[in-house]
Design a protein around this ligand. Sequence first.
Ligand code: NDP
Length: 332
Amino acid sequence: MTETNLRILLAARPEGAATLDHFRAVEEPPPAPRPGEALLRHRFLSLDPYMRGRMNASKSYAKPVEIGDVMEGQSVAQVVEDLSGTFAPGDWVLGGKGWQRFSAVPVHALVKLDPDAAPPTAHLGVLGMPGTTAWAGCTELAQPRPGETFVVSAASGAVGSVAGQIARRMGARAVGIAGGPDKCAYLRDELGFDDCVDHRAPDFPERLAAACPDGIDSYFENVGGAVQQAVWPLLNDFARVAVCGMVAEYQGDLQPGPNLSSVLRKRLTLRGFIVSDFPRAAPTWRATGARWLRDGTLKYREDVTRGLENAPTAFLGMLTGKNFGKTIVEIT
Ligand code: NDP
């Protein structure tokens, strides 16, 4: 093959905020697949906030990326070559590995996609890991109920936009928190959220209180920081909090959390989770979400950047809200 494998590596560990200097692009020959592996040409790369954690050396629920290694990430890809015969050249699969143009992946780790059933990119966002996270967080933890108020932060993003739509289907009043009037208008007018509050407004805490006149019964936490501080006083007795992410702090800006006496006084249920804690959620959500996509009742939006070389810029932008929808890189 004459093409080269463009790869984006971790060049250095950030102390504080990550910048473009922490990434390095290299061109190498494509990998040679070993027995049992397929050679994949990546078409679309998913960029997700968790990748910022992989850039740190600190202990977490997953191993860090080593300096000089390719950045971790999932792609939808097309098969170039599979000597095992499981896949034909051109087949669409989920399971490409890393911020790179090609990877060689064990065939048992690949999921074949039907591009006529749903656009391949949907398997990175609305039907994929982020959508599954929304489903698991809502059905297992936040448990929005009819007549109650459900609040989700980072509401226009890959996880939050799906969580709000699920909460409405479960009968709750869904209030989103998002950055800016355009994102709020989208959530209200196109996704059917009952209300949305701009966390960049100077009087954000007052606006949130006004949008939740009966308090908050369940909260899907994606952000932390100042947003969390505004949400906390509004939680009702016996409220459920699904702690999914703290993106406001991923660049190193750690914030003091709420005093836990509120957990006692209000008898709150607070639980952090990682989507893989609920292995049955992925197949259930894939089937449920696909049905809702087909009948037009589940909506989503993607923010697609062209060119793998632009992945670091798109990634850093996502961490500060420059994305509008699921962040994806089209590998041209
Ligand atoms: P998004 O598409 O929502 O992108 C991140 C968004 O975070 C930005 O668009 C921005 O939206 C918002 N944001 C960033 N900084 C701040 C801030 N200081 N204050 C308020 N909002 C901010 O990402 P995802 O939907 O992919 O992920 C959302 C969250 O879910 C993340 O915390 C992620 O780590 C978590 N997650 C957790 C999983 C798990 O298994 N527990 C799995 C997948 C995701 P805005 O413009 O509205 O401010």
